[in-house]
Design a protein around this ligand. Structure first.
Ligand SMILES: [Fe+2]
Length: 171
């Protein structure tokens, strides 16, 4: 692993630094992969509410990628993502679902489930990153990552709301 400017001897919990950078690269890769995935999710959503939530989350994800770049900058490290195997697997599963079913309330229910698995992965990643930023006293990084964590949690709640209303309930 490379040595970087962000690691200083005065930084508390410096042992977390390499882990923090590695996890930032993983989630940056994941967000970029998700941009493509969200296009497919919204194209295959039947319920207008679900479609629009996926579209909103696409725009939000672009903003989250921007925040990640700012986070790298705040600790003096070049912004670089790496392929996230977990996101790749989650998106593969979503694609399998899309290939197996026609556009329908049932497919919507399955898409919501796939999207919630993705959100929970992101919530876990950002949750750890916020904790590590706090422990290393990277205040700006903590704020940026915390803002994204809040968005991911909100998206998860909205997915449940749609599942309980329009997507799974036949009119
Ligand atoms: Fe995200």
């Amino acid at each position: 692993m490379e040595h970087s400017k962000g690691k200083s001897q005065n930084m508390p919990n410096a042992h977390l630094h390499e882990l923090f950078v590695d996890e930032l690269r993983d989630i940056l890769g994941a967000e970029k992969q998700l941009l493509k995935g969200l296009k497919k999710l919204s194209a295959n959503a039947n319920s207008p509410g679900l479609k629009s939530l996926f579209e909103q989350h696409y725009t939000q994800t672009e903003g989250q990628i921007e925040r990640l770049k700012q986070t790298f900058e705040s600790i003096g490290i070049g912004s670089r993502g790496k392929k996230c195997k977990a996101m790749e697997g989650l998106l593969d599963e979503a694609e399998e679902i899309i290939d197996s079913f026609e556009k329908s309330a049932m497919l919507d229910a399955a898409l919501i489930s796939a999207a919630q698995k993705i959100e929970h992965y992101e919530i876990a990643s950002y949750g750890c990153l916020v904790t590590w930023a706090k422990l290393m006293e990277h205040t700006q990084a903590e704020q940026l990552l915390g803002a994204t964590l809040a968005e991911e949690k909100e998206t998860d709640v909205k997915l449940t709301e749609i599942a309980m209303t329009e997507a799974n309930v036949m009119a």
